[in-house]
Design a protein around this ligand. Structure first.
Ligand code: HEC
Length: 237
């Protein structure tokens, strides 16, 4: 008996279902993502990174930071991301709209970096940490990246960017350690990693208020955003 057509039909249906499930439906769900307008100030989120930070993303990729660090805060209940203070809300596809490619990562030898710019926003801290992680975090097991810096003779005044290194790490007298362009870009990138705004699909839980709780999600989102943007409550009422 010739079962060819039946087998063909079976394979065809299986392929068609997988194509729909794995290509068409994700494309329909997230393919058309757009910038959101975040209330109450009407600012657009996310925005493309400024040039230096964008170059820093390349340095991040080139140095394999993504092997040890993720950039995604998991939803509440899927781990202890919130308890560890890695973000105010979970990450959603919209956060990665301008990432090419998105450095989601899959292994967490170090902390999640999705919001590292909210924890450490001083380039000097990042310089010292990258130059030698033990200079800022005593028991750090993160590798050093001294090749992103250069040691040079101090000419005239000490550079304002020179690293403030003490003890064994201090350069010889008359020398200073300054960040190369890669380190500057990388620090700008790390500081740009922040997602402090409440989105409709991933609201930041509003802090309990003395008076009545906001009755809808949208109001909660905008009142949280006005707090983050430093706007008075007046705007949301
Ligand atoms: C072998 C794994 C490993 C690699 C590769 C690595 N890190 Fe880390 N990183 C760690 C560990 C472990 C920590 C936690 C200890 C510390 O803070 O130094 C950490 C901490 C950090 C922190 C501080 C995070 C916080 O919340 O305090 C930053 C920022 C960071 N790493 C950036 C980088 C960058 C940028 C690169 C690439 C140039 C990189 N890391 C490469 C393991 C790694």
């Amino acid at each position: 008996m010739n079962r060819g057509p039946l087998i063909f039909l079976g394979v065809f249906v299986a392929m068609a279902f997988s194509w729909y499930g794995m290509i068409v439906s994700p494309q329909r769900q997230i393919g058309g993502q757009q910038q959101a307008t975040v209330e109450p100030a009407g600012i657009r989120y996310p925005v493309p990174r400024p040039g230096l930070a964008q170059r820093g993303a390349e340095v991040y990729r080139a140095n394999g930071c993504g092997y040890c660090h993720t950039q995604q805060v998991r939803p509440r209940g899927y781990g202890s991301d919130f308890e560890r203070g890695w973000g105010l809300r979970m990450s959603v596809a919209q956060d990665f709209l301008f990432e090419q490619p998105a450095m989601l990562g899959q292994l967490r030898i170090g902390p999640d970096l999705a919001n590292v710019g909210m924890r450490w926003n001083d380039p000097q801290w990042h310089y010292r940490h990258l130059y030698n992680p033990k200079s800022t975090v005593e028991k750090s097991t993160m590798p050093q990246f001294p090749f992103l810096f250069e040691m040079r003779v101090i000419q005239g005044d000490r550079s304002p960017e020179a690293l403030d290194l003490t003890g064994e790490l201090a350069p010889p007298k008359g020398y200073e350690v300054i960040p190369k362009q890669e380190a500057r870009a990388l620090a700008a990138y790390l500081i740009s990693l922040q997602s402090p705004l409440s989105l409709f699909e991933a609201p930041i839980p509003a802090e309990p208020k003395k008076d009545a709780e906001p009755s809808t999600n949208t109001v909660a989102v905008s009142s949280r955003n006005s707090q983050m943007l430093g706007l008075g409550e007046s705007l949301t009422q």
